[in-house]
Design a protein around this ligand. Sequence first.
Ligand SMILES: Cc1cc2nc3c(=O)[nH]c(=O)nc-3n(C[C@H](O)[C@H](O)[C@H](O)COP(=O)(O)OP(=O)(O)OC[C@H]3O[C@@H](n4cnc5c(N)ncnc54)[C@H](O)[C@@H]3O)c2cc1C
Length: 419
Amino acid sequence: MKVVVLGAGVIGVTTAWWLAREGADVVVVERQRGPALETSFANGGQISVNHATPWAAPSTPWKALRWLGRVDAPLLFHPRFDPPLFAWLTRFLANCTRERVRLNTERILRVALYSRRLLGLVRAETDIAYDRLGRGILHIFRDRAEYDAALPSVELMSRLGCERRIVDAAGCVALEPALATVERDLVGGMFSPNDESGDAYAFTVGLAEKAHERGVMFLWNETISRLRASGDAIAAVETKSGEEITGDVFVVALGSYAPLMLKPLGIALPVYPAKGYSVTIPIAGHAGVPTVSLIDDAYKMVYSRLGERLRIAGTAEFTGYDATVTPRRARFLLETAMKLFPDGGDASRAEFWAGLRPSTPDGVPVIGRAPRFRNLVLNSGHGTLGWTMAAGTGRLAADLALGQPTEIPLDGLGLERFG
Ligand SMILES: Cc1cc2nc3c(=O)[nH]c(=O)nc-3n(C[C@H](O)[C@H](O)[C@H](O)COP(=O)(O)OP(=O)(O)OC[C@H]3O[C@@H](n4cnc5c(N)ncnc54)[C@H](O)[C@@H]3O)c2cc1C
């Protein structure tokens, strides 16, 4: 069977790898010159299963209003006429109830737990080096009210199979000594020993090489202009350079761009780009660098040590398909990081980056068959957790493409949940 995968981010490449492993004939079509050069390039690096909660929660709308216009706003909306954003926000607000949070958390966790297990399997089979650290993730809090509000989630997450330990400020420092200088500012934390971190870009490049060795053909520098339909099937991918790639099944792994490709087919995928920033600084002999991956709740920022670099990531901005780095937002990330870790690396050599998280209103990716077409599979909308969920959703999409049973149930993951 010939499967055409659209997009070579972490999601497209993991899908292609599983497909090849199952013996399929695979072609990946990508507009960049190599894998993972868009959103999968410089993310926060966290395999964050135990913190995999949706953005849409009862407190989020009020927080977003409070943050309006602030340079340090973790979530920022620019008021403008944008019907897709308006439709997305309407659905987002509908997901901000306790009941929806419980439902969406269960769905996200089902995929994330499966995915972390499969990532271990891929690692064991391929031995790809990607600056992995398996020292857990520590979520730190500086605000008592925020901390108290977050505590009930520990119980929900443990009921759903997660392991999170509540620790006080001294416990945070015992786990991560680089936090010693800010111990008096901390009120406590939540530690998940089974979570990990690693460089999604290095992993994706390594896996693309392994996939290529297994026979996957990558077509680089090919921008897909459309999916050509014929009756109830997709017949081919057409590219701007005039290529036409036919196949038996097509998997859409185009991240934030998936809705644009699907719209002409009459498929409305509620995915909207949420711009986030990262800063990467060389450690360059500095001694105060964290080795436990961290989430700083106050600014919704994450920290991951990736070999000889410290990666800092965060913020979400709803500005459409604009991936440019706004200097003052990016610098805010760096300055906040240097306050937390004054000896955390060489800030003068910081590299700034921005990427578009393909976000669904409920925080759950869209994995399933597309409506109307019998040979079209969707694997898009991974939002804040694409690296965390890549290995598992790649496998699910591969199984769907090949008509095989999936190892975990798919209910609540498909497009049909949006009605
Ligand atoms: C600041 C930031 C921090 C993050 N931190 C984390 C984290 O710590 N942990 C985590 O799990 N996740 C994190 N994420 C989320 C994660 O990076 C994304 O969910 C993931 O990278 C999405 O992967 P993707 O393959 O779907 O999209 P992409 O990586 O964007 O891949 C889509 C591919 O499709 C290609 N494409 C698009 N249109 C076309 C076309 N017309 N023709 C040909 N090719 C096309 C693009 O070039 C691209 O390569 C973070 C994201 C950001 C922005």
